[in-house]
Design a protein around this ligand. Structure first.
Ligand code: ADP
Ligand code: MG
Length: 153
């Protein structure tokens, strides 16, 4: 079953001009972009985005980081997209993430880790709704869908 997830190429990805290379990791896997916007996330929106972490010591820092400079915000779609994108991203801290993952290849920081991806269907629904109106998400089929995800025979 196709699933959707919210991905953010965070301010360091944009500032370091890594947008194209990071987006390629997701496209190479066969995932489909169904929505995208390039925005400077406000402090207020960043606080909502990271609300689940509001009691954590890193909350203020991560909110300031997400709101520090523009980001590319996307909705990606595909079978098991949440698990797949989390694996492609790698562990949270660049120093711990495996080589071959986005954070493992490009990240060397705890907070500045280039990319956000929803971690469950519930958080995906909450996060997609924060950034996108329903009519901003585009429903379409890619011509290679069966070749990427397989089919039932
Ligand atoms: P993930 O982004 O892998 O889902 P979390 O949801 O745990 O990770 O944390 C949200 C974000 O907060 C991380 O991506 C990172 O930017 C930042 N962060 C998490 N833990 C720390 C920490 N101990 N110190 C600094 N920043 C942190
Ligand atoms: Mg998280």
């Amino acid at each position: 079953m196709p699933q959707r997830t919210l991905i953010i190429l965070k301010p360091d990805a944009v500032q370091r001009r890594l947008v194209g290379r990071i987006l390629s990791r997701f496209e190479d896997k066969g995932l489909k972009i169904v929505a995208a916007k390039f925005i400077h996330i406000s402090i207020e929106l960043a606080r909502k985005h990271y609300a689940v972490h509001k009691e954590k010591p890193f909350f203020d820092g991560v909110v300031r980081y997400l709101a520090s400079s523009p980001s590319l915000v996307l909705v990606l779609e595909g079978d098991n997209v949440i698990d797949m994108t989390r694996k492609l991203m790698g562990k949270t801290f660049g120093i711990e993430a495996e080589p071959g993952t986005i954070r493992g290849d490009f990240g060397a920081s705890q907070r500045f880790n280039l990319v956000h991806g929803s971690d469950s269907p519930d958080s995906a629904a909450y996060e997609i709704n924060l950034y996108f109106e329903p009519d901003e998400i585009v429903d379409y089929r890619t011509s290679d869908n069966e070749w990427v995800f397989g089919c039932s025979y």
